[in-house]
Design a protein around this ligand. Structure first.
Ligand code: UD1
Ligand code: MG
Length: 493
C-alpha cells in the first residue's frame, strides 16, 4: 500500500523515561547529536512518513521536552505520562491523548518508536509500515539479529517459525535468553487491535510494568496474525543510554552523513575529521578539507572549497567561494569570494560576490559589497562597504561608544589606508580615500582624501641628545656619518 492509500497512520514516540545513565541536567532525548536533539531525529523520521499524526509521550522533565517539541515540531501531539509504568502504559497515554485532543479514536496503523534512537530513518519506518499493512497483521515487530542480545526483549518463535511472543530479559528462561532475535522496540499495530489490547495488558512480571510487548501474545490468543521483520541495519534502532554511546552513535551518524554527501558528489579529503550536521546542504563538487565542521542549517553551493580547520554554523556559502581556517556563524559568503585564513565571521556578515575577508579579520553585522576587500587585521562591525572598495590593513570600525552601537557606511570604490579608525556613525563617500593612520570622525565626501594626523615634524638629532650612549644613538650617528661621506663623495665626483 502506498502512503496515500493508508486509512490513517499514527506514529507514537516514547520519551517519558528519565535517562539517568546520561548523568545530565539535560533530559536524555534533548541532547544534541548531528545538529538536532536526539528526539528531533526520530520526529523528523516520523514526519517523513507524512502520517496523520505524530504523538510524543513525555514524562521526565516534561516542561523542557514539551517546549522543545512544541517549538521545533508544532504539529506533534503531546501526551503526558506522569509516572512511568512501562511501555504499554505509555502507549495507552498516547492513545488517550489523541482521543482527547483530536476528538477521535486512533485508526489505521500505529507505529511505536523511541525518542533515543537518532540513527532511525524515515524510509526504514515506511518500509516496515508497508510490510505490516501488506501482511494485514495485528502486530508487527521490527526485530534485529544481534550478537549480544543481553537486556533486550527476545522474539520467541514456534517450530514453524511463527512469532508467538516477546519475553523480556528479566522474565526470560535460560533457553529463551539464548535467542538472538531481539525486539528493537519499534512495533506496528492495527489501531483497532491496539486500542482493544492495551487495557488487557497486566503488570505481573519481573519489573511490575505494563509491557507493550505483551500485545504479541494477546494477538496470538485472539487468533490474529503477528510477525517480525529483522532489520539489516540494526544500528538504526540502537538507543543512546549514556555519553559513551552518545559519542559512538554521534560518530556513526556523522560517518553516514559524510558518506552520503560523498556519494552525492562532494569531495571530503578526510572523513574522520569532517563533521556535517544532518540539516546541512552541499552542492556538487564542493571540496571539504580536513578538520572542518559544517553545522546547523549551513548551505554550501557548488565548487566551493571549505577548510582546512573551519567551523561554519548556519552559514550560506556561494558557489566557488573559498573559506580557509575560519569560524563563521550566521554569515553569508558570496560566489567566488575568499575568506581566511583566520577570519571570524559573526552574525550578519554578508560578503558579496568575489569579495574578500582576509587574515585576522573579524566581521559582524557587516554588508561587504561585490568585489570589496577587507584583506588584513581588521574589525568590521555594524558596517556597509560598497562594491569594489578596499579597506586598508588594520582598520577598526569603532562601532561602540560605550553605550550604543553605531553604523559606518563606506561607499563604492573607496580606498582607505592602513591603520584607520572609523568612529561611527560616519559615512565615507564613493571614491573617497584616507591617509594612513587616519581617525575618521566626520563624514568624508565622495572623492575626497581624508587625513587626520598633523603634518610630520622631525626633531633632528633627538636620539643623540636624549639617548646619548645607547645603541639607538650610536646607530643614528653611524648612519648620519655615512650620509655625510656619501654627500662628500658626490660633491667630489
Ligand atoms: C524495551 C522493550 C524491549 C526491547 C527494548 C529495546 C518493553 C516492555 N520492552 O525494553 O522488548 O527489546 O525496549 O530497546 O517494551 N518509556 C516510557 N514510559 C515508560 C517506560 C518506557 O516513555 O513508562 C520509554 C523510555 O523512555 C524509552 C522506551 O520507552 O524510550 C523504552 O523503555 P525502556 O525502559 O528502555 O525499555 P527496555 O526495558 O529497554
Ligand atoms: Mg531500554
Amino acid at each position: 500500500m502506498s502512503a496515500q492509500q493508508r486509512t490513517g497512520l499514527t506514529v507514537i514516540v516514547l520519551a517519558a523515561g528519565g535517562g539517568t545513565r546520561m548523568k545530565s541536567k539535560t533530559m536524555k532525548v534533548l541532547h544534541p547529536i548531528g545538529g538536532r536533539s536526539m528526539i528531533g531525529h526520530v520526529l523528523t523520521a516520523a514526519q517523513a512518513l507524512d502520517p496523520e499524526q505524530v504523538v510524543a509521550v513525555v514524562g521526565h522533565q516534561r516542561e523542557a521536552v514539551s517546549a522543545h517539541i512544541h517549538a521545533s515540531f508544532p504539529d506533534v501531539v503531546l501526551a503526558v505520562q506522569e509516572e512511568q509504568h512501562g511501555t504499554g502504559h505509555a502507549v495507552r497515554m498516547a492513545v488517550e491523548a489523541v482521543a482527547e485532543q483530536r476528538g477521535q479514536a486512533i485508526s489505521g496503523t500505529v507505529l511505536v518508536a523511541y525518542g533515543d534512537t537518532p540513527l532511525l530513518r524515515g524510509d526504514s519506518l515506511r518500509e516496515f509500515a508497508d510490510e505490516h499493512e501488506a501482511a494485514q497483521r495485528a502486530v508487527s515487530i521490527l526485530s534485529g539479529i544481534v550478537p549480544d542480545p543481553f537486556g533486550y526483549g527476545r522474539v520467541l518463535r514456534n517450530d514453524e517459525g511463527d512469532v508467538e511472543a516477546i519475553v523480556e530479559e528479566k522474565d526470560a528462561s535460560p533457553e529463551q535468553r539464548e535467542v538472538r532475535e531481539i525486539n528493537s522496540g519499534i512495533l506496528a499495530f492495527d489501531a483497532e487491535f491496539l486500542r482493544e489490547a492495551l487495557p488487557r495488558i497486566g503488570n505481573d512480571n519481573a519489573k511490575g510494568e505494563y509491557y507493550l510487548t505483551d500485545t504479541i501474545a494477546l494477538a496470538r490468543e485472539d487468533g490474529l496474525t503477528v510477525g517480525a521483520h529483522p532489520i539489516d541495519d540494526v544500528m538504526q534502532t540502537e538507543g543512546v543510554n549514556d555519553r559513551v554511546q552518545l559519542a559512538r552513535i554521534g560518530a556513526e551518524l556523522n560517518r553516514r552523513i559524510v558518506e552520503g554527501w560523498m556519494r552525492e558528489g562532494v569531495t571530503v579529503v578526510d572523513p574522520a575529521t569532517t563533521w556535517i550536521d544532518a540539516d546541512v546542504v552541499l552542492g556538487a563538487d564542493v571540496t571539504i578539507l580536513p578538520g572542518t565542521q559544517l553545522l546547523g542549517a549551513t548551505v554550501v553551493a557548488e565548487d566551493a572549497v571549505i577548510g582546512p580547520d573551519t567551523t561554519l554554523k548556519d552559514c550560506e556559502i556561494g558557489s566557488a567561494a573559498t573559506v580557509v581556517r575560519t569560524q563563521g556563524v550566521l554569515a553569508v559568503v558570496g560566489a567566488e569570494a575568499i575568506v581566511g585564513p583566520f577570519s571570524y565571521l559573526r552574525p550578519g556578515t554578508i560578503l558579496g560576490t568575489r569579495g574578500k575577508i582576509g587574515g585576522f579579520v573579524e566581521t559582524k553585522n557587516a554588508v561587504i559589497g561585490d568585489g570589496a576587500k577587507v584583506p588584513h587585521l581588521s574589525y568590521v562591525g555594524d558596517a556597509e562597504i560598497g562594491e569594489g572598495t578596499n579597506i586598508g590593513a588594520g582598520t577598526i570600525f569603532a562601532n561602540y561608544d560605550g553605550v550604543n552601537k553605531h553604523r559606518t557606511k563606506v561607499g563604492k570604490h573607496a580606498r582607505t589606508s592602513s591603520n584607520n579608525t572609523f568612529v561611527a556613525p560616519i559615512e565615507i563617500g564613493d571614491g573617497a580615500a584616507t591617509g594612513a593612520g587616519t581617525v575618521v570622525r566626520e563624514d568624508v565626501p565622495p572623492g575626497a582624501l581624508a587625513v587626520s594626523s598633523g603634518p610630520q615634524r622631525n626633531i633632528e638629532g633627538w636620539a643623540m641628545a636624549k639617548r646619548a650612549g645607547t645603541a639607538q644613538a650610536s646607530a643614528a650617528e653611524i648612519a648620519l656619518a655615512g650620509r655625510r661621506d656619501d654627500d662628500q663623495g658626490m660633491a667630489e665626483s
